[in-house]
Structures are given as C-alpha cells and as structure tokens.
Design a protein around this ligand. Structure first.
Ligand SMILES: *Cc1c(COP(=O)(O)O)cnc(C)c1O
Length: 500
C-alpha cells in the first residue's frame, strides 16, 4: 500500500484513508504519496467512459480503497448531477481545446472533486470503525465553498463550515453560499481576503482553544490541501487526452500541453501527478491574473509576498499564498522534508523564499508561468465570443490568454488543452461588460441579459438562485476566528450528542 507522508516530516506516515480523514498533517504539512510507482498508459484506457477512467486513475494513488468501494464512490459522484453526459466535454477552439469542467451541480470545476470527496471520506470512516463527527473547515475564494456545501450537505457523521472573504467573491457566488440548505452546514463571511480565511482554517488545527473544544469531533478539510480532493482531479487530464486519442487528433505517445488557471496550485498539481503517472505532458502552463506571484516564482525561483493583493474579475484566483506549491517543492527536491519545512518557515517568518538554481531549472522543465491583466482577460472573452461564438468565464479567459502568450513566445505548437473552470454565468456582470453590453441592473438582471444576448443556456442551479431565501448573513473579524471556530465545534459536538 502507498504510504502518505507529510511534506514537512517523512516520519509522519499514514494510509490513504487516514490522510483523507485528516486533511492537514498534524505538523502543518500536506500529505503526499511517498512514491507514485504505478504507470498508466492512456492508450490502454482508450474507449473508456469518464467513470471507468476515474476508477483506474484514482485506484492507482488511493490504493487502500477496494474496487467495490471506489466503484460506488465514482458512480455516486459522476451521475445525472452533471448536465453533460461526458462529465467533462471538450470544445474545439482556434487555439486548442477547452476542457469544460463546470457541468456539475454548482457550475465550477470544484464539483469534480467535491462530489466524490464526501464519498471517499465516508468510505474511509466506515472502514476505520470511527464514531466521531468529521468537521470540515473550508476556506473559499468563491467556488470551493458552494461545491463543498453541496457535497457535504446532510452527509452523516460530518458537519461543514465555510469561511469566505466578505469582499471579492462574485454576487452569484455569495448568493450560492448564503442560500445553502442542509442541517450540518454553516457559512461565515470574514472581513479579510482568501489568504486570511485559509490561514484561519489551517491555524485551527493547532490552536489551543479550538483543540480544547473538540469533543469527539475531528477537524478535516475540503480544500485542496486534502489529498482526497487532489487525486480525483488527475482524472480529467487523462480523460481529455484519451478523447483526443480516440478522435484521432493525436496518436499514442504524442505529447500535449495543458494550460491551467491557477490559484492555490491544486488543479495544476493534479496535472503534474498525471505526468508522473505516465501521461505524455510536455508543458503545464500556469496562468495567473494580476496576483501573479506564481509567474514570478516560476521565472525567478523567488516566491515573495511583498506585493499588493488585487481584487479581480477572476476572484477564485485572488490568492497570494498558494498552498499546494508546498507539495511541488517536496516532489522537486527529491522528497526533502527538511528543505520543504525550512522554505515554509521562511515564507511565514520573512514573507519570501528562494529555491536553488537546480530546483528552479527542474521546475521550468515542466512549468511555464504567464499572467493576464484585467484588460487582456476582458478582451479575450470578447474576441472568442465575437470570432468563434464560444462564451467563457474570466478564469478560463486568463488561461486562454496565457496559452496564446506562451505559444507566441515559444513557438511551441504542441496541441494545447485549456482548462475551462467555471460557467460564465457565475460572473455575469463582468462577462457582459467584456462582450460590450451595457448593464446597470443587479447580477440577476445581468444573467437575463447575458442569456438574451448570447442564447447560451443558463445552468439550472444558477437560474433558480434568484428566488432562494438567504439563510446565512454572519460576518466576523479575522481576530475572532479561533473563538468562532471553537464555538462552532462545541455546537457540532452537542448536535451529534443529541442525535446519538
Ligand atoms: C479554484 C478555481 C481556480 C484555481 O484552482 P486552484 O486549484 O486553486 O489552482 C480557477 N478557476 C476557478 C473557476 C476556480 O474555482
């Protein structure tokens, strides 16, 4: 069985089950497979459905789940909740293929992992004969929150609490979260940005007040710091490659590039896992918005927080502390836990770190960093709509813009698959403005206008939002965080006691 180790201490070893239940390692590190020994040739999966590919790929990494368990998780997750039969369809555009990851229940790519994570967690929980309540703490820059609330809604033995930045998320994202249903859910806005929310959630794992409040309650995470969230994301790198193979666009062994709109580095890291498993990937293009800390890191080897935080029209990428980069540092340093821990310490204490020249070069062999300004992002949405009648959201536009810039700079004409991560209807006002249509009303007027102007379908879960009653309105200061989390943990323990 593959052991999962902490990026900060390799002696901290657990099974896949335990890693999924815990989320974060007790030393603050992230769990990562000790080694990826399996090799999966995509040509061997030719002709398979998304669900069949998912079973093959997930079982290669989370290998302590039985075939039956994984089959139940996969078929329960990827069903009629998705409004596309292929789950992840491809759309051909002039500059490559859009991999449409937003056909799930909340219209963002987070659904791919968060429809299956609660099932993986529940299966692990049963296997380990537990009787505690798993309390999911989630920080969101906009999309993870709703996808996690939807995935964990009324799942037995779990409770979920979501923290989102009061300013920054789109009006639709906010309404999606504030109207959430379910008896085990809580949504709290924070006067701060995503990094503040993520720091709060991580800190709860070691805070003494929170730890003292845990009576038969175990804290876990639905963020991409949880390995159970990352592994299901490897699947679509395979499925899209296999689709191109099956359509005869590429041949066995041909390389492709992927361009990924990046925030917390989870999605693109799953692409790197795919490469490690044997998918012929030439380059992973890391696309950022004006919060371009990752572009600078990939190009210079220095990661520095000494920069302004920008609120952009691609809010799910408004992140300066990109958690999953820690996993890449571990992998690229030959699993050096001491080095990874010391870089993370530098980041926390000095606000920056620099990797060695050798490591920087190893990273640049695979990763390219590009970023797009707000103007570029808007103009790429407009051009694609006007020239090809394909409507994309601002995150996807950042990626398409990066893919074009990379191709121009490098001359590399390897087939490029661009990850399309959200429905344009989650960001109606900005998309409408980008295609040059006036709108003075609210976000839902913009939704109507966007539909009228483009004739593209509005996802049902977004169309029905307007009439839904708001359930959650609480706003807290960052300084109250640990106190609020401790109180919520006591409430969860009490509720579990009452139903037990
Ligand atoms: C979360 C998100 C991203 C960034 O993904 P990471 O895994 O955080 O890098 C990009 N686009 C959208 C729409 C998202 O919701």
């Amino acid at each position: 069985m593959i052991a999962f180790v902490s990026t900060r201490n390799k002696n901290e070893r657990v099974s896949a089950h335990e890693a999924v239940i815990r989320g974060l390692a007790p030393d603050g590190g992230l769990y990562i497979p000790e080694k990826i020994a399996a090799h999966i040739d995509p040509a061997d999966l030719s002709g398979m459905t998304y669900q069949q590919i998912a079973e093959k790929v997930i079982s290669a990494v989370l290998d302590d789940y039985t075939e039956e368990e994984l089959h139940a998780c996969v078929t329960g997750a990827y069903d009629g909740k998705f409004d596309a039969k292929e789950i992840v369809p491809l759309t051909k555009v002039r500059d490559g293929w859009l991999m449409d990851l937003w056909h799930g229940p909340t219209s963002a790519f987070k659904d791919i992992a968060l429809t299956i994570l609660p099932r993986l967690l529940t299966a692990a929980y049963r296997k380990e004969n537990r009787n505690d309540t798993i309390s999911i703490l989630t920080a969101t820059s906009g999309d993870t929150g709703k996808a996690a609330l939807s995935g964990f809604k009324d799942v037995p033995h779990t409770a979920i609490t979501v923290f989102y930045p009061e300013i920054g998320v789109s009006a639709v994202q906010k309404k999606q979260m504030a109207t959430s249903e379910g008896n085990n859910v809580e949504v709290i806005a924070v006067r701060g940005n995503f990094d503040d929310c993520q720091r709060m959630v991580k800190e709860a794992n070691t805070d003494s007040e929170v730890q003292a409040s845990l009576q038969n309650v175990t804290i876990s995470s639905a963020n991409s710091i949880n390995i159970g969230r990352l592994v299901p994301q490897i699947v679509y790198y395979y499925s899209s490659y296999i689709r191109l193979l099956d359509e005869g666009v590429i041949r066995r062994g041909d390389e492709v590039n992927f361009c990924v709109p990046t925030g917390n580095f989870g999605d693109i890291l799953a692409g790197y896992f795919a490469k490690c498993l044997g998918l012929p990937v030439r380059k992973l293009i890391c696309a950022s918005n004006t919060n371009n800390v990752l572009t600078d890191f990939i190009r210079t080897g220095t990661y520095s927080l000494d920069r302004p935080f920008h609120t952009t029209m691609s809010p799910s990428m408004d992140i300066l502390i990109s958690s999953n980069l820690e996993r890449l540092l571990f992998m690229m340093s030959g699993c050096d836990d001491t080095l990874t821990a010391s870089l993370m310490k530098d980041l926390k204490e000095k606000g920056s770190y620099t990797v060695s020249e050798g490591m920087k070069n190893r990273i640049s062999e695979v990763f390219e960093g590009y970023w797009a300004s707000e103007e570029e992002c808007a103009s790429v949405i407009r051009e694609l709509w006007h020239d090809e009648h394909v409507l994309i959201d601002p995150h996807t536009s950042v990626a398409l813009s990066a893919a074009k810039a990379y191709k121009k700079a490098s001359g590399d004409d390897t087939p490029c698959i661009i990850l399309s991560t959200a429905s344009p209807y989650k960001f109606c006002k900005d998309v409408l403005a980008s295609i040059g249509i006036e709108n003075s009303g609210d976000e839902f007027d913009a939704m109507d206008k966007l539909h009228e102007a483009t004739g593209t379908p509005v996802p049902e879960n977004l169309a029905s939002l307007r009439e839904k009653p708001v359930r959650f309105t609480r706003v807290i200061d960052i300084s109250e965080g640990m106190h609020v989390i401790a109180a919520r943990m006591r409430q969860i323990a009490q509720a579990a006691g009452e139903t037990a």
